[in-house]
Design a protein around this ligand. Structure first.
Ligand code: TRP
Length: 335
């Protein structure tokens, strides 16, 4: 039996922090054994928010190295700009997507607000507006069955399905499969500096823990994590709950359970909890850090492997595009 296809993508913006690791990458690594997996580093997407040109290529490679260090196989990784067919399909899908459909996207509303807060003359681009259509192209070009994503991407997946359906209807053929989102049970890791907010790179340095930070940095950041603010409440404070979550996610389930008993008895010392969290995190990140060092020492050959895997994955995309152009009445280069 042929394996089902899984596709997901990540933008080369910001560092790989624990929120992204626990929220996505860890799961992507596991999925490789059961599925035919495609993982994209989507650099065209990264252009939709204000960015530094000189940083984009280094950030793209850095993320590729990080992902491999986390356990993704190089042959499952592609870099979006090496497969320009994504953009070709994007254009075709643009002509089949309603203006009103995109207006409803909450991520566009959030992000355009972020852009406008940066200053009057920063552009809210049409690229940001039509970005979900490019996402639909990323997914459909490989005819993916499942797309592991966070809940924040639910609307984009719904749009992808609508576009696939509309395309099929337009050409009178069941050409695209309707992909299903794969919402996995993932711990929602919060900022250690403000546990009421999700851990995210855009909140600033203090708010996220870099997966590749040094052991010292990780320990320091956990030590300074916010626990209880003000009087002890009956309910566990968000900061303490977050530390428990981090402990569980990083493989310290048993410790978490026993510390939780202490907590119930009112005997938990936060300093002790933090020590355990730091220790579990260091243990978990240690092999990842080691692999990263190896990769960096062999940069050139790793880059070549990813270029090659992108070329191989591109063949799948080219086949799809060729058929799509036939179906919608566009001349192909080779006919
Ligand atoms: N929009 C996704 C995000 O911001 C990234 C993304 C782009 C994506 N293309 C995709 C995710 C295709 C899944 C499938 O996280």
């Amino acid at each position: 039996m042929t394996k089902k296809k899984i596709l997901s993508c990540i933008q080369p913006t910001g560092k790989l922090h624990l929120g992204r690791y626990f929220g996505a990458i860890q799961n992507w690594v596991d999925l490789q054994s059961e599925y035919d997996t495609f993982y994209g580093i989507v650099n065209y997407h990264a252009m939709t928010m204000p960015y530094q040109i000189k940083n984009l290529i280094p950030a793209t490679w850095e993320l590729a190295f990080d992902l491999i260090a986390c356990g993704l196989k190089a042959e499952n990784i592609f870099i979006q700009s090496l497969i320009p067919e994504h953009v070709e399909l994007f254009w075709i899908f643009n002509t089949m997507t309603g203006y009103g459909e995109l207006k409803k996207m909450t991520q566009f509303k959030d992000k355009s607000k972020q852009v406008s807060e940066k200053g009057k003359d920063v552009l809210i681009s049409s690229g940001l507006y039509t970005y979900p259509v490019l996402q639909a192209a990323d997914i459909l070009i490989y005819k993916a069955d499942y797309v592991p994503v966070g809940k924040d991407q639910e609307q984009h997946l719904e749009l992808t399905r609508n576009i696939a359906q509309r395309f099929n209807h337009t050409v009178g053929k069941d050409f695209f499969r309707l992909p299903e989102p794969l919402f996995t049970e993932i711990p929602k890791v919060m900022s250690t500096a403000d546990p009421s907010r999700k851990m995210s790179a855009s909140l600033g340095e203090k708010h996220h823990i870099d997966l590749f930070a040094t052991p010292d940095q990780i320990t320091k950041q956990i030590k300074s994590a916010v626990t209880d603010t003000g009087a002890p409440a009956k309910k566990m404070s968000p900061g303490v709950a977050n530390l428990f979550r981090l402990l569980r996610a990083s493989g310290g389930k048993d410790q978490a359970n026993s510390l939780h008993e202490d907590y119930e008895k009112g005997m938990l010392k936060y300093g002790h909890l933090k020590e355990q969290v730091a220790r579990a995190l260091l243990e978990m990140t240690e092999p990842i850090r080691a692999r990263k060092n190896e990769i960096v020492a062999n940069k050139k050959s790793v880059k070549n492997t990813i270029k090659q895997s992108s070329e191989e994955i591109r063949i799948v995309a080219q086949e799809t595009i060729r058929e799509v152009k036939d179906l919608v009445g566009l001349l192909n280069v080779k006919f």
